[in-house]
Design a protein around this ligand. Structure first.
Ligand code: 5GP
Ligand code: MG
Length: 186
């Protein structure tokens, strides 16, 4: 085992305890929002970054709900997403008109991915009520008019890993969110 695995973390931004508290609080907000709705609730997780957050959030929600996932990837130069999104794994259900759709995402950065996704879900799946729940939000980076409805943490413009978020597919398993040391990727 590599004991240096966590040496890439510059500092912890959100500890496991802080995340767990925020997840509980956001779950209460989500329950209140959907309490009186006649529609079914679908939590739509975006792979792979949302899996840890999704697992904790869904256990916390005291509402009848269904879960599905999509895998999206963005074509373009560098690490920043573009508006050119490709579906790597799609939805099982075609018709979402009878659902409240709650997108569950790890982080809202430029907003390009979710801006595209909201439009796609309306256009191709007839979704009418779509809300966005993210673990993290980097509002300084936003390029598209898209907003978090249920968010746990707003963070500065730094590259973070852990609690589902990766660097080159590693570190998703860390039980907290930390800033990646610049020397690792520069
Ligand atoms: P957006 O389309 O909002 O720019 O892209 C959001 C996606 O970019 C996230 O779902 C995530 O996969 C990735 N991303 C953005 N910022 C970070 C970050 O700080 N760390 C990691 N690991 N991924 C990020
Ligand atoms: Mg993602």
């Amino acid at each position: 085992m590599n004991l240096d695995y966590e040496n890439v973390v510059e500092r912890v931004l959100c500890s496991g305890e802080e995340i767990s508290e925020r997840v509980k609080s956001v779950a209460r907000d989500i329950e209140k929002y959907y309490a009186d709705s006649d529609k079914k609730l679908l939590l739509l997780g975006i792979l792979k970054g949302s899996v840890v957050f999704m697992a904790d959030l869904m256990k916390e929600l005291k509402l009848p709900l269904e879960v599905d996932f999509m895998k999206l990837s963005s074509y373009g130069k560098g690490a920043v997403s573009t508006g050119n999104i490709v579906i790597k794994a799609g939805l099982e259900k075609k018709d979402l008109s009878g659902y409240n759709v709650l997108i569950v995402e790890d982080i809202l950065d430029t907003g390009n991915t979710l801006y595209w996704l909201v439009d796609y879900l309306k256009r191709e799946h007839g979704a009418q009520d779509i809300k966005i729940c993210t673990l993290l939000d980097k509002p300084d980076r936003r390029e598209k008019p898209i907003f978090v409805d249920f968010g746990c943490f707003s963070i500065p413009d730094e590259f973070v890993i852990g609690y589902g978020l990766d660097y080159n597919e590693l570190y998703r398993d860390l039980p907290y969110v930390g800033v990646l040391k610049r020397e690792v990727y520069e």
